[in-house]
Design a protein around this ligand. Structure first.
Ligand SMILES: Nc1ncnc2c1ncn2[C@@H]1O[C@H](COP(=O)(O)OP(=O)(O)OP(=O)(O)O)[C@@H](O)[C@H]1O
Ligand SMILES: [Mg+2]
Length: 273
């Protein structure tokens, strides 16, 4: 498709002697909010690392706006599970640091102005001068989102960015990221293993299988936003089906683990206190 932001075709990858992907294919449309959902260890983070040029495939092709990842990195920014802020810089300083690393020559005054604008966008307009130790977990993660947006990426890769937060903060962050996405028009690739999170956020969900991983199912979510899982029969039906598929994937994984490592998971812990 001409309007694809990312195309992954026939990906083959082995890590530690194990086939992670045998022939993985997927694409991400320009401007789309795509969620990648799948069991632990199936290769969700690895897919982001391949797109972000942090890892190379053994075979197959990754294209970002038609370019290999090594050339496309200026279009990309990452948000990780932990915010990775430097403790000696305040919120503005942390966002500026992202820009300094990407565009060394930009005037500091312009970087600070952009940082303030973006911190305002993520709802931290009143906390510009706070240091990470004075920010909550959710606020720190919002600084990390502002830092990612500050380098003006066309694509933001998010790897379980809210999984370390408490349930209420996570809910607020989800609606926050949807409104940021709607206001900025970025393409977002968001990895999660939380079915409800994917259903609330995504235009499209890719369900990854167990290894060697492929796309087991693609679900288009047409429900308008903001979404409420409790009141939408369509979302509840997706949730039930996805939970059932997840259980199946996880039980297969457990069987595989018992076959490969017969002592793991089937015996009580024998470690001495
Ligand atoms: N550097 C490495 N060397 C060997 N194996 C690796 C390496 N990096 C990842 N793996 C393996 O690749 C597989 C996929 O890892 P990945 O981190 O992508 O999983 P994930 O789907 O993101 O899991 P989770 O939901 O737990 O974060 C796992 O089995 C992991 O152990
Ligand atoms: Mg991961």
């Amino acid at each position: 498709m001409p309007d694809d932001a990312i195309r992954c075709r026939g990906l083959h990858l082995e890590l530690g002697g194990e086939a992670i992907y045998a022939s993985l294919d997927f694409h991400v449309r320009d401007g789309e909010f795509l969620c990648i959902l799948g069991p632990s260890g199936c290769g969700k983070s690895t897919a982001l690392r391949l797109i972000g040029d942090l890892l190379k495939v053994d075979d197959g092709r990754v294209e970002v706006f038609g370019q290999p990842p090594g050339e496309a990195w200026p279009h990309l920014a990452y948000v990780f599970q932990s915010p990775r802020l430097v403790p000696w810089r305040d919120a503005v300083g942390n966002v500026v640091l992202g820009m300094q690393l990407r565009f060394g020559g930009m005037a500091k005054r312009d970087m600070e102005a952009r940082a303030r604008e973006l911190l305002d966008l993520v709802g931290l307009g009143a906390d510009l001068g706070k240091y990470p130790r004075a920010l909550s977990g959710g606020e720190r993660q919002r600084v990390a989102i502002a830092r990612a947006l500050s380098v003006e990426p066309r694509i933001v890769l998010m790897d379980e960015p809210f999984s370390a937060l408490d349930l209420n903060t996570r809910r607020r962050m989800r609606s926050g990221i949807v409104s940021i996405w709607q206001r900025t028009g970025k393409t977002i690739v968001f990895v999660t293993h939380d079915v409800d999170e994917a259903l609330v956020l995504a235009d499209r969900i890719l369900l990854f299988s167990g290894k060697p991983t492929r796309v087991l199912e693609t679900i288009e979510i047409a429900e308008p936003r903001p979404r409420d899982l409790d009141t939408s029969p369509a979302l509840r039906a997706h949730r039930e089906r996805l939970h059932a598929r997840f259980e199946m994937l996880e039980s297969r994984q457990a069987v595989k683990l018992r076959t490969t490592h017969p002592r793991r998971g089937s015996e009580p812990c024998s470690e001495k206190p």
